[in-house]
Ligand binder design. Structure first.
Ligand SMILES: NC(=O)c1ccc[n+]([C@@H]2O[C@H](COP(=O)([O-])OP(=O)(O)OC[C@H]3O[C@@H](n4cnc5c(N)ncnc54)[C@H](OP(=O)(O)O)[C@@H]3O)[C@@H](O)[C@H]2O)c1
Length: 333
């Protein structure tokens, strides 16, 4: 098998980190990005992978009990894999950071790139009405504009070589709007339209483009939400559920208070019960290695991915809305 040269944005935790390790396990050359790689010790990264592969039991009140850790066979040699995982800085909020990231990547890879995973992302939380526009801009910067910046630096090399793949981490939340995370859903829907157009534009250059739409995955994604909103302290941990539930951002006099709170509680409880990022990473490995790839893929708990996928194709909007309101518990309060 050919050793591929791969760059993954947002590889410091969750889906990006686990994908990087699965790809390294297959012998590929992998470089990841983080806004602040100097913090990333081997112990911290290992702790994150183990957390994301821990099965939890979660009570309605927010009590979390870790049950077992299930590292898949691909991550058996996790210490060795972490030893060879390289990071470069990329911080989209810093002007010119994408140029430095491309320069750093190409100096490590000998000027070549085979697969670009545009994976970094986060979600804010709040109603459409009243959410601070600077936060909304931050949301679009994190989930859309940063990818465009990286594309601008990496595409010329891919076009010159007339080969390469670009794989975006989208979300099932780009197909339906997650209540009180509709800004997030809007960024993922926009990302998918960009990816569709890009696939057509890049066809003559033999560069393939795909989107992966994960369902809910057990990562620290929600912790970043609470920290971005500055309601959870930087030292909070993603399995400290009762602390995170208390970091709910809306004031009690908000007209959305109770329904948004039900939704927040549901989202934070439920992510801990979902599959590990290895279910996404296995798909990412297949896409990197396959000769020809389709445009759209899903990964996650089939009880979630299949109904959303089929439902959004065949069901009327009122049924979809009814199901979303029930699932996210925004039908009461
Ligand atoms: N977990 C889920 O349920 C789920 C479901 C569907 C889609 N996704 C998508 O999967 C991707 C990865 O999420 P995850 O679940 O793995 O979350 P995660 O564990 O929080 O990882 C997010 C990664 O993105 C980077 N990041 C976070 N905020 C950023 C920002 N403002 N600017 C630049 N980089 C930022 C982080 O790197 P640094 O902080 O080190 O820079 C980190 O490596 C995201 O695009 C997310 O939308 C996740």
């Amino acid at each position: 098998m050919k050793k591929l040269k791969i760059f993954i944005t947002g590889a410091s935790s969750g889906i990006g980190l686990t994908t990087a390790l699965h790809l390294l396990n297959r012998g590929h050359f992998v470089v990841g990005s983080s806004r602040n790689p100097s913090r990333l010790t081997k112990d911290l990264l290992k702790e994150r992978v183990i957390r994301d592969h821990t099965k939890f039991r979660v009570s309605r009140e927010g009590k979390v009990v870790p049950l077992s850790v299930k590292l898949p066979p691909e991550l058996k040699e996790i210490d060795d894999l972490l030893e060879v995982l390289r990071f470069i800085p990329f911080d989209p909020s810093r002007d010119g950071s994408e140029k430095e990231a491309a320069r750093d990547f190409f100096s490590l890879s000998g000027g070549e790139i085979d697969v670009l995973f545009l994976n970094a992302g986060m979600s804010i939380f709040g109603p459409v009405e009243g959410t601070d526009l600077s936060l909304v801009r931050e949301q679009f910067e994190a989930n859309l504009f940063q990818h465009l910046k990286i594309l601008g630096e990496f595409l010329p090399r891919m076009r010159e070589r007339k080969k390469g793949k670009i794989i975006f981490t989208s979300s099932l939340g780009g197909l339906i709007s997650i209540p009180f995370e509709s800004h997030y859903s809007a960024t993922k829907a926009a990302l998918e339209r960009i990816a569709e157009g890009l696939r057509i534009e890049l066809k003559p250059f033999s560069i393939q483009v795909a989107v992966v739409e994960p369902g809910d995955i057990n990562t620290s994604f929600n912790l970043t939400t609470a920290q971005t909103l500055k309601t959870a302290p930087p030292e909070a941990k993603s399995d400290e559920l009762s602390r995170l539930l208390q970091s709910f951002p809306l004031a009690e006099d908000s007209p959305y208070y109770q329904r948004a709170k039900n939704c927040w509680n549901y989202i934070f409880r439920s992510l801990l019960l979902k599959p590990s990022p290895s279910v996404v990473a296995r798909l990412m490995v297949k896409l990197a290695e396959k000769e020809r790839i389709a445009f759209r893929y899903r990964a996650g708990d089939p009880l979630q991915t299949i109904p959303v996928w089929i439902g959004t194709k065949i069901l009327p909007q009122r049924i979809i809305q009814w199901a979303v309101e029930k699932i996210y518990e925004v039908d009461r309060g």
